[in-house]
Design a binder for this molecule. Structure first.
Ligand SMILES: *[C@@H]1O[C@H](CO)[C@@H](O)[C@H](O)[C@H]1NC(C)=O
Ligand SMILES: *[C@@H]1O[C@H](CO)[C@@H](O)[C@H](O)[C@H]1NC(C)=O
Length: 593
């Protein structure tokens, strides 16, 4: 008799109760049985002093598009099957990884403690001078952005202390006349939703709904598309208008957050708003100057299908295409929406496939690499920028740290859409950015840098640029193939470790843990201050780095979270249970039944 036999009646009862529970949950509400129940914590809740849900809309919607309900087959697993892997790490290796994890946690704790002491409730800590600074409305951006990391790192007392502060936030209490729609969505709304998904503290969802109701009014424009700036007074007066030259990512990257809000509340209006943006992406994908991709700037006042198809919108003349700044998360959110919706709307696969076909052919490039010392990375890729000119396409082989997320995107897409080649491309892209770190004296990749491209097939021998070939005269990064570091800052960005994290969870390749550790040590070495960690002005400098006295909230929300997670058990925030928004906030995926 097995242990299971004896427990069979119990198991039956448990399963029956579980299904009964599911039956009585409101539709779109995907709480799972394994989640923690709300605790008995009592938080002193303060309503925002303005109720945005009561604003009467100037351009009301007659009928909402509902969350898709049709059943679909289970999505393929994203994560590598670590449990059945035959390559088990040794005990010494496990101990080493745990030690690395605790050092990442120490970096987080140091930053958090200084934020608490010197900048509590401000948006950011200035990590050199030790002051608070407001850059995102004054709604405690670093605090809200850090909630889920506190939870994940097991800092529960700190977490509840922060939740108590969140319960007092007033979205109407700001010195600004407008907020950045994109940043507020990905940082604040994403942060609250993820913290709720992990802890189920109701006050977090209530604050998310308050904020969601505010940001929802951004869609109350003649075209139903959100403006870049959310002007509070104009929004109240029904006078908002979408922009005619806005970064394409900022007006298209609220789909995950708004969808999750609809899933959690059962109110379809949020989902309805973002599907309208998706329809625009669908209508326009094949009508740009590089069909398959979207240009860097959008005219969101002119989103009418007929006008797009007859070439009367800016899509017919905007000619810059990139995965870097201004466009990045537009693409990132395509496979992630497929993940969050359980594959129930096929449009995201169509858009992803249409885009990656063109990206793979025109945007990705192999850099000329001269192996130096121990590094012999020759099988790597970077993402550049393409300009559509009268005489054809021109690749600008300039890379951006921001575009280093692309490896992870290809990895996720490759798993969800069963394109093994995309997983391989993802690995080459992720390793490309990590190799870039190793090419600079600080061990850090600059914000913007130049490389020399090779054709994708055939040999790719290094040709020294500017005729310079005297190794010892050249800085390391020039010797390794970089042509410039146009913006030489490193501002504590996450995208390179983000892709290394994804590729580790997707492939289980063990050496990625060592690559990640090298990156972490380099960041710590070059950015640590007495109080915390700071952006630096020049990664090409040797010796003491010049600190910029800035620590954006993504340091705690993203960079340290990815480092912590890669050194943790792969079940912690499994990619088969969660999808992370572009600020690394994990949103719970619906369970397939
Ligand atoms: C807070 O706002 C909600 C929704 O507007 C309202 O139902 C509730 O009564 C308010 N509570 C307090 C304490 O003002
Ligand atoms: C774009 O065109 C291709 C090729 O005709 C087609 O397969 C794809 O579905 C189109 N994409 C969209 C979004 O309509």
């Amino acid at each position: 008799m097995t242990v299971l036999d004896a427990r069979l009646p119990l198991v039956f009862t448990a399963v029956a109760i579980f299904y009964l529970c599911i039956l009585y949950l409101p539709s779109g509400y995907y709480r799972s049985y394994a989640d923690p129940e709300p605790t008995a914590h009592q938080f002193d809740y303060k309503n925002s002093s303005f109720d945005w849900a009561s604003v009467s809309l100037r351009h009301p919607i007659a009928q909402f598009t509902s969350l898709p309900t049709e059943s679909s087959s289970t999505l393929p697993l994203v994560q590598y099957d670590f449990a059945s892997s035959t390559k088990k790490p040794s005990r010494a290796r496990i101990k080493l990884i745990a030690e690395r994890r605790s050092q990442v946690k120490a970096a987080f704790t140091k930053s958090w403690q200084s934020y608490k002491r010197h900048a509590w409730l401000f948006d950011e800590l200035t990590p050199v001078s030790g002051h608070g600074k407001n850059s995102f409305g004054g709604w405690a951006a670093t605090l809200v952005d850090s909630l889920d990391t506190l939870w994940i790192m097991g800092l529960k007392n700190e977490f509840y202390e922060a939740v108590a502060a969140v319960a007092q936030l007033d979205w109407a209490d700001t010195k600004d006349t407008a907020c950045n729609f994109f940043e507020t969505t990905i940082r604040h709304l994403g942060g609250l939703l993820a913290a709720y998904d992990l802890s189920h503290e109701e006050v977090l969802l209530r604050k998310a709904v308050e904020l969601g109701d505010m940001l929802y009014v951004a869609f109350d424009t003649p075209s139903h598309m959100p403006p870049f700036w959310f002007d509070f007074q104009k929004a109240k007066d029904g006078m908002l208008v979408a922009g005619n030259h806005d970064p394409s990512a900022s007006v298209t990257s609220s789909s995950l957050e708004f969808t999750r809000l609809s899933q959690l509340t059962g109110d379809h209006k949020y989902y309805d708003a973002v599907t309208r943006v998706t329809r625009f992406l669908e209508d326009s994908q094949n009508f740009t100057r590089l069909p398959g991709m979207w240009p860097t700037f959008f005219d969101m006042q002119n989103v009418d299908k007929e006008r797009i198809e007859s070439g009367q919108t800016s899509l017919s003349w905007e000619n810059g295409f990139t995965l870097g700044a201004l466009s990045d998360s537009l693409y990132e959110y395509l496979p992630k929406m497929h993940s969050l919706l359980g594959g129930k709307d096929p449009v995201y696969e169509k858009l992803y496939r249409g885009a990656t076909e063109v990206i793979t052919e025109h945007i990705l490039f192999r850099p000329m690499v001269r192996p130096s010392g121990q590094s012999s990375a020759t099988n790597i890729l970077f993402a550049g920028t393409v300009w559509v000119e009268d005489n054809g396409l021109r690749l600008d082989p300039e890379g951006q740290h921001l575009a280093c997320f692309v490896g992870g995107m290809y990895g996720i897409g490759g798993k969800l859409f069963q394109e093994a080649q995309h997983v391989e491309l993802g690995m080459k892209l992720a390793r490309g950015c990590a190799w870039g770190y190793s090419a600079f004296p600080t061990g850090l990749l600059p914000e913007i840098f130049g490389l020399q491209p090779c054709s994708t097939a055939g040999p790719c021998d290094f040709e020294p640029h500017n005729g310079a070939d005297h190794d010892s005269q050249q800085p390391l990064h020039s010797r390794m193939g970089f042509t410039h570091a146009r913006d030489a800052r490193y501002i504590l960005r996450p995208e390179a470790i983000e892709s290394i994290f994804y590729m580790y969870r997707i492939t289980g390749e063990d050496d990625l843990l060592d690559i990640a550790w090298d990156m972490f040590q380099a960041i710590r070495q070059s950015t640590e201050t007495e109080l915390a960690f700071s952006a630096i002005s020049d990664v090409t400098e040797t010796g003491e780095t010049a600190k910029l006295d800035s620590m954006e909230s993504f340091w705690l929300s993203e960079t340290l979270k990815y480092f912590y997670l890669i050194f943790s058990e792969p079940e912690l925030i499994s990619l088969d249970e969660f999808v992370l928004n572009t600020e690394a906030h994990p949103l719970r995926r619906p369970r397939s039944r």
